[in-house]
Design a protein around this ligand. Structure first.
Ligand SMILES: NC(=O)c1ccc[n+]([C@@H]2O[C@H](COP(=O)([O-])OP(=O)(O)OC[C@H]3O[C@@H](n4cnc5c(N)ncnc54)[C@H](OP(=O)(O)O)[C@@H]3O)[C@@H](O)[C@H]2O)c1
Length: 291
């Protein structure tokens, strides 16, 4: 019988790509995606009983309050899902591979091109919860943490990725200001899913960075999208992160990913080369073409 891998947050952006791409990248696994409808992860009793019944052989934990603004508004709820639920799942998975998806927002963004050994210094509640959960997860030497960069893709509800957010803003005629001084290493969710499945397959626990090879400003990211999303033309205006309100925003969260790259069978492309290699007939711009 195929071993069972559980994916939490399967209705979210990355969890959805992990489930959808599993037949291609993880054929030896039986994969089950869990949504909030299956189990509310802050309900300790429900989670315990769910895990007892399913007895997974690996867990990829994507469920999270992943919006920094929401975490800032409700830090208690953010901590319950991002830290407490993560610790519970890690405990229930104590003798199997467990991979926790963290974020580059554990860094303060003052330096850029972060490596795994750089000290964390989160500026916002989201980053604080991720940094705390990482530390607790990594106490188990069988477990892994992957700090994921900004992901582009199509989510089941159509309102999760930054590309979806931008299109929604334009459609609803809201001003779309993109910072010229905030830098990220964006990547397509299909590439994220492939890298995560390969990391599960090689079974190398520990801490990893996963992002695209290019460091781009938010403004540059928006410009790169115009050929694919014509509705963005003329709708974006440049701005500065210094004028932003809400949760504090680390300016430069570029990451080096050499440690993970050394384990992968394919190159972690930059955002622009990825888009340059797409064809106009691609069914999903953010995933590999079907084999
Ligand atoms: N996407 C990115 O650009 C990015 C960048 C850096 C790090 N990450 C990290 O990567 C992971 C996956 O990100 P993502 O973009 O796929 O996130 P996402 O689209 O926001 O999805 C998160 C999922 O978690 C579920 N969830 C939240 N609280 C829950 C609870 N109490 N019980 C059960 N399910 C719950 C949500 O369910 P509902 O749909 O019901 O709300 C949602 O489907 C997260 O840990 C995120 O912090 C993502």
């Amino acid at each position: 019988m195929a071993p069972l891998a559980l994916i939490t947050g399967a209705a979210g952006l990355i969890g959805h790509y992990l489930v959808k791409t599993a037949p291609r990248w993880a054929p030896r696994w039986e994969v089950r995606g869990l949504t909030r409808q299956d189990v509310e992860l802050t309900d300790v009793a429900a989670v315990r009983s769910f895990w007892r019944n399913l007895q997974p052989q690996a867990v990829i934990h994507c469920a999270s309050q992943s919006r920094p603004g929401s975490c800032q508004q409700d830090p208690i709820l953010a901590r319950r899902i991002n830290v407490e639920a993560t610790v519970l799942l890690a405990e229930l998975s104590s003798d199997i591979p467990f991979l926790f998806l963290s974020s580059e927002q554990v860094f303060d963004g003052s330096k850029g091109w972060y490596v795994e050994t750089d000290p964390v210094n989160p500026l916002n509640v989201y980053g604080e919860t991720k940094a705390e959960a990482e530390r607790l997860v990594l106490q188990n030497p069988q477990h892994g943490v992957i700090r994921v960069g900004l992901n582009a893709g199509f989510s089941p509800i159509g309102a999760r990725s930054f590309v979806e957010d931008m299109r929604i803003s334009v459609k609803s005629r809201k001003p779309l200001t993109l910072f010229t001084d905030e830098f990220r290493c964006p990547m397509p969710a299909g590439m994220t899913a492939r890298a995560i499945w390969e990391l599960i397959e090689v079974d190398r626990p520990g801490l990893y960075h996963l992002g695209g090879a290019d460091r781009l400003s938010r403004w540059e990211i928006g410009q790169a999208l115009i050929p694919w999303y014509q509705e963005l033309t003329g709708q974006m205006q440049p701005g500065s992160v210094k004028s932003s309100t809400g949760a504090p925003r680390p300016p430069d969260l570029s990451m080096r990913c050499d440690k993970l790259q050394a384990l992968l069978s394919f190159p972690l492309l930059g955002f622009r080369p990825w888009l340059a290699g797409r064809t106009s007939g691609a069914i999903d711009l953010w995933d590999y073409e079907s084999p």
